[in-house]
Design a protein around this ligand. Sequence first.
Ligand code: GLN
Length: 500
Amino acid sequence: MTLSAADLAAALAAGEVSSAEATQAHLDRIAAVDDDVHAFLHVNGEEALASAAAVDAARSAGESLHPLAGVPIAVKDVVVTQGQVTTAGSKMLEGWVPPYDATLVTRLREAGLPILGKTNMDEFAMGSSTEHSAYGPTRNPWDLGRIPGGSGGGSAAAVAAFEAPLAIGTDTGGSIRQPAAVTGTVGVKPTYGSVSRYGLIALASSLDQAGPCTRTVLDAALLHDVIGGHDPRDSTSLPDPAPSYTEAARNGADGDLSGVRIGVVSELGGEGYEPGVRASFHAALDKLTAAGADIVQVSCPSFSAALAAYYLILPSEASSNLAKFDGMRYGLRVEPTDGPVTAERVMAATRGEGFGDEVKRRIILGTYALSAGYYDAYYGSAQKVRTLIQRDFAAAFEQADVLVSPTAPTTAFPFGAKLDDPLAMYLNDVATIPANLAGVPGLSLPSGLSDDGLPVGFQILAPAREDARLYSVGAALETLLLNDWGAPLLSKAPKLEASK
Ligand code: GLN
């Protein structure tokens, strides 16, 4: 279970282990530790073992298989899976069984990756701690009293706790990268349009993007190659043929960065970032310099308005996307117990009961921002800021091949620390949100431990459609750090005792 997906795939190809054995081992691990971690909302052991058996049979029959065939995976519960409960962490969809697969799930199935189950998340992917899940929080495997990040805390924790070698997340404002940062794992938000959104339960359609949650950069590249590429079912899907990210990661792994221009974003990483986070970030920069990279300082002044713009654009789009949960078509339906059962009263009762506080807060904000008389002042201004952020990126990428920053301002915080202060919670995403607003890709990998003994995330950003640069530079930094550490960072995580 501690093997990377690439190494497990090699062991499967060499016949050292079967997919059924590997899948069973992960199911056993889930049974042993998930009462503590709570990374999963639903585990589908039978189905995973059936897919594994099919891959094993195909392999014995000499069929040519996908490189990741037989490697099990966990999928965030915001991605629809045919015949498997999908709730998006909400009571609104409790017990809902989708009639179709998301495109990325179809691709996982076609490549032969057994799906272990669905992972916990903040309700409808709103949050940075997984505390907004209607089904209770996920716990950070590094310290069960701390948050695993959010909204995709379940996927990151599953990978960090060795319950799954690979997982799928979604990132609208940082929900793949920030959980990766606080759990010592790797997370990638691809270029907007690189991975199909067909079958993702939409949060903010102009920002949402699915991507890999893994323990190594190469594993993320392998998984991106499976799920990426054009999909006619998503009108925003990029038509260009996708290059091999696996190749980019393999090329980067020699750790040579001669001539690569790395831009440090002045606005990300100063005030408000914990000293231990800054120290780990700067130590990683020194490694990059030693490996031949040219470090340049770049300024993106509009990033200071990114958070404000995001918290107008996201609630606006979310309020529209969540209007479909009305008690009429599917999901929860609550009829008022007193008075007439009219459509409007059923909708009010259903939405009142089905949505949690954070979801209601954002629906109210979004509805207000879009209302006549306020549209120009709020939504219109936010869209202008979005354009300024895109220009800042364009200017910065003239000076540098990739940009870097800490992924998140803090390490994993204790449960409850920010739950009653939405603004404090939102500030976790200050470094990840600009990429979503501009549609550019970003990767987070661990740069080491802070002075509190908890992992720190290092973020790499590349121009749109240049995701390959994330993998080559990311793999290089990973090699440099591993040479130093002598063992993967996760091996330093306190061992999780089996809870049963
Ligand atoms: N934490 C951010 C939010 O609450 C990001 C969410 C996401 O990426 N899905 O909106």
